[in-house]
Ligand binder design. Structure first.
Ligand code: KMH
Ligand code: ZN
Length: 287
């Protein structure tokens, strides 16, 4: 029997789960002034995005020089501040920056978030390499099961989906009992950001899994439309997209959420509340 057989299917698929990824680890504040890099900026952004209709926040944090950091104390304070200010599901990135060590990335779970990202394989990432070898994936996955953090499986390439099946077959279902994936398309080195690739990736996912999609850069809109057409959920934010339209920079993360909410509404799959998303993902409410 494979792990797929015991994965809890989605409790509801009628709505659209919208994740905001406001910061990322790759962009410089000096180049993108709208990037939230302090705790105050992040909390203000989180509130605005929640008001606009997001229900999950995917978090990377910065140090006092606005450089990416995985400092455990700062991550713990961030989780706490976001929980106090909003009812968003707080998902910490375990991907960090391409320069972060595996030990630092594993230690992210010590900040006790609701969820975390878990990338299912190594991928060329522009001029860099985002390293996720099998032993690291296994250790991170086992730790999420031990400490009770719900993983979201980040899939940058079709081969990552094969690794996800292998992970579930080897170690069983995730904490929370439900598999939710995020297809990240359009990264230079990963799978293409177009409708055909969304459809191919979705066909390969484990039975019962739900999925979001995000298209990087100019693939943002084609991927969003393809995801809505194919029954998926959405991730938006400055981590992935800094241009709202040709020649028009994004001025705030919330406007990307507003656009996603509008499109989800037109697709007659309105934005989910955090409570609905918790039920779907198996994330306990730790407020
Ligand atoms: N910053 C990228 C190298 C994640 O958050 O888990 C990896 C990333 C994925 O952003
Ligand atoms: Zn990320």
């Amino acid at each position: 029997m494979t792990a797929d057989a015991s994965i809890r299917p989605a409790a509801t698929a009628a709505g659209t789960l919208i994740t905001i990824a406001p910061t990322g680890a790759e962009l410089e504040k000096s180049a993108v002034p709208a990037l939230p890099v302090t705790l105050d900026e992040l909390v203000t952004t989180a509130r605005a995005c929640r008001e606009a209709g997001a229900c999950v926040i995917h978090v990377h944090i910065r140090d006092s020089d606005a450089r990416p950091t995985l400092d455990t104390g700062q991550l713990t304070d961030t989780v706490q501040a976001l929980r106090e200010a909003t009812d968003l599901i707080v998902q910490l990135s375990t991907g960090g920056a391409v320069t972060d060590s595996f030990d630092q990335r594993l230690a992210v779970l010590d900040a006790a978030p609701d969820g975390c990202s878990l990338t299912c394989g190594t991928v060329n990432f522009g001029d860099d390499v985002f390293m996720n070898p099998w032993p690291f994936m296994c250790e991170l996955y086992r730790r999420t099961q031990e400490v009770g953090v719900v993983p979201e499986f980040e899939l940058f390439d079709l081969g990552h989906i094969a690794a996800l099946h292998r992970l579930l077959d080897t170690f069983g279902p995730p904490y929370g009992g439900h598999v939710h994936c995020d297809l990240v398309l359009g990264v230079p080195g990963g799978m293409a950001g177009d409708a055909a690739t969304v459809v191919a990736a979705v066909a390969a996912l484990p039975a019962g899994a739900t999925w979001s999609a995000t298209g990087v850069g100019r693939t943002s809109l084609p991927v969003m439309f393809a995801a809505l057409a194919a029954g998926g959920h959405l991730r938006v934010g400055l981590e992935d997209t800094i241009t709202f339209a040709r020649g028009r920079p994004v001025v705030a993360n919330a406007e990307l959420v507003e656009r996603a909410v509008t499109l989800a509404g037109l697709a007659q799959r309105p934005a989910m509340t955090p409570e609905q998303a918790r039920a779907m993902l198996g994330v306990p409410d730790r407020h």
